[in-house]
Design a protein around this ligand. Structure first.
Ligand code: BGC
Length: 564
């Protein structure tokens, strides 16, 4: 197995807007991150992944970039960014940034030129984006080139009268897709990447990386996802960046792709693949979808949670990359609901279930990414009004739900359960107003339980969810037996618990967690049980595991044995 520094590190994802507001404008910023570096260091974090910090109209909170070479005013300046790099590096931490390559904002100068035939640079920049002439339907009406639907639930084409063309936007109309077949565009993107490398960033999380290539035959399918996702040629673009920039500069790179077979997984994250070091994939993220929902589709259709699906996804990825590549483990990021609300329990078992989820995840092999607030057990939003939400996707989808006959309150509940804003509320640092995130009303409301769930309250409590995370993350950073072990799920089809053995070179863990609010009887037909002793638990537990055990609701009982 290849060994690299990034296999032994813990990554912490910072959603900049909601992390810490240092200048009292209600929006998180770069100085806010600097102010919390010691907190992160103490949590055994080695790498910070910062969500997009570039200049942007913020239609998609920075994933709509209007200038890749500038920092958004509300986040700070380029000097502030350099300060963050210096201060992180001084503490032995690295910083990776989000690299948004699939699209720009429609306010980016490239697009401004592209859409306007009178612009002096129109000819050059028009081809940086993807344009098609309108089609004519049977009735003679001019319509969009295809019926494709973008990821935020609205049509993927927008008409531009000045050129009498439609441009493609697979996310949102204010985020036109770049044309990766255009070599000049690719060269410009490389200049941008070099700029940030020269400034000292340690790597990138490459946003929406499997969408770079499109089917230029533009078949008229609905919703058409297969024509703008995971087309083979996108690997060529990624390899080009990898070979010219990522690998020679020894960067840590993490791609993002929903779904991949073994061949693709190895292209993305296989050792020496020259694309990425690791891949964020979503196989475990929606293990509770109701495929037969009368109104809702995909992630919006909440059904019964199946831990077996989570185990199956992780097992599949461990198998696909076995000895040949490296896995990321994470519960969720800024695009999914809070794991505690999603897969855990926010009622009487709140703390226990936060700990069980953490033990289940962070004792598995791979590199861990923790999303801000997970370490204190943050939960989903409790918003009463639609105007408390901020995400652009919320509004397109809310309209879709209503048009399919759902009433307002039912639609609100869908948003409270599934929307991306769940993960984007401000980090509660204290029990003071606005959770100590800011001194003024923040850009998005703090969740109501901040007086109980905040960093300050948990910091000095050895029994807190935060302390539990600290223990786990410190263990990971110190023990290669965990990060480099090999995993076997004990009862993969079981839908109540999440149990496995992680076998390292010198020691082995037996991790028993209960993902339900019931007592779960386990029959462990496992060799060498008597050699394990209790290592960690969030409830009363036996000193040594036995063939028949009863796991209390949301129990985490971790046993360990030496192998030498
Ligand atoms: C990011 C989202 C973003 C989208 C468009 C995703 O992969 O994680 O937050 O809206 O890309 O950039």
């Amino acid at each position: 197995m290849e060994k690299h520094w990034w296999q032994r590190t813990n990554i912490y994802q910072i959603y900049l807007r909601s992390f810490f507001d240092s200048n009292h404008d209600g929006i998180g910023d770069l100085h806010g991150v600097v102010a919390k570096l010691d907190y992160l260091k103490d949590l055994a974090i080695g790498v910070l992944w910062i969500s997009p910090h570039y200049a942007s109209p913020m239609d998609d909170n920075g994933y709509d970039v209007s200038d890749f070479l500038r920092v958004a005013d509300e986040y700070g300046t380029i000097e502030d960014f350099s300060l963050l790099l210096r201060e992180a590096h001084r503490r032995g931490m690295r910083v990776i940034t989000d690299l948004v390559l699939n699209h720009t904002s429609d306010e980016h100068p490239w697009f401004q030129a592209a859409k306007d035939p009178a612009h002096p640079e129109h000819r050059k920049y028009h081809d940086y984006y993807i344009w098609q002439k309108p089609k004519t339907d049977d009735t003679g009406q001019r319509i969009a080139p295809t019926r494709w639907i973008g990821w935020f639930g609205s049509p993927a084409w927008e008409y531009n009268a000045a050129t009498d063309e439609y441009y493609l936007h697979i996310f949102y109309k204010k985020m036109p897709d770049l044309n990766w077949r255009n070599e000049a565009m690719r060269e410009d993107i490389k200049k941008i990447i070099r700029f940030w490398i020269d400034l000292g960033v340690d790597g990138f999380r490459v946003d929406a990386s499997n969408h770079l290539e499109k089917n230029w035959a533009f078949p008229d399918d609905y919703p058409g996802y297969q024509h703008f996702s995971s087309l083979p040629k996108h690997h060529e673009y990624l390899r080009e960046l990898g070979t010219e920039l990522f690998v020679p500069n020894d960067l840590l790179t993490i791609g993002e792709s929903g779904g991949a077979n073994k061949e693709e997984a190895l292209l993305y994250a296989g050792y020496g693949s020259n694309e990425f070091n690791m891949l964020i994939q979503f196989g475990h993220c929606w293990a509770d979808i109701d495929d037969h929902h009368p109104i809702l589709r995909g992630k919006w259709a909440k059904g019964t949670f199946h831990p077996s699906r989570v185990k199956a996804s992780f097992a599949n990825w461990y198998e696909m990359l076995d000895q040949k590549g490296w896995n990321v483990i994470y519960w969720h990021n800024h695009d999914q609901p809070r794991v505690l609300s999603h897969y855990g329990n926010t009622g009487v078992h709140r703390e226990r279930s936060a700990k069980a989820l953490a033990a289940a995840l962070y004792l598995m092999p791979g590199t861990a990414i923790l999303y801000q607030g997970e370490e204190i057990g943050m939960s989903n939003v409790d918003y009463e009004r639609l105007d408390q939400f901020r995400d652009v996707e919320v509004f397109t989808e809310y309209a879709n739900f209503r048009s399919r006959g759902m009433d307002h309150e039912a639609a609100m509940q869908v948003l409270r359960d599934r929307s991306r804003d769940n993960a984007r509320t401000p980090m509660p640092w204290t029990d003071q107003a606005y959770g100590g995130f800011s001194t003024v009303s923040p850009w998005i409301d703090v969740i109501g339980n901040y007086p109980d769930v905040n960093v300050k309250k948990q910091e000095n409590d050895p029994e807190s969810v935060l302390s539990w995370h600290k223990t786990l993350l410190r263990l990971r950073a110190a023990d290669e037996n965990i990060t480099h072990g090999s995993i076997r799920f004990l009862d993969p089809k079981n839908d109540l618990d999440f149990c496995y053995r992680n076998t390292g070179k010198d020691s082995e863990l037996l991790v028993l967690t209960n993902f339900s609010d019931q007592f779960v009887k386990k029959s462990l037909q496992e060799p060498n049980l008597a050699k394990f002793t209790l290592f960690l638990s969030n409830c009363d537990a036996l000193r040594t595991p036995t063939e028949t055990m009863v796991l209390p609701p949301y129990a985490a009982q971790v046993y360990r044995r030496a192998l030498k």
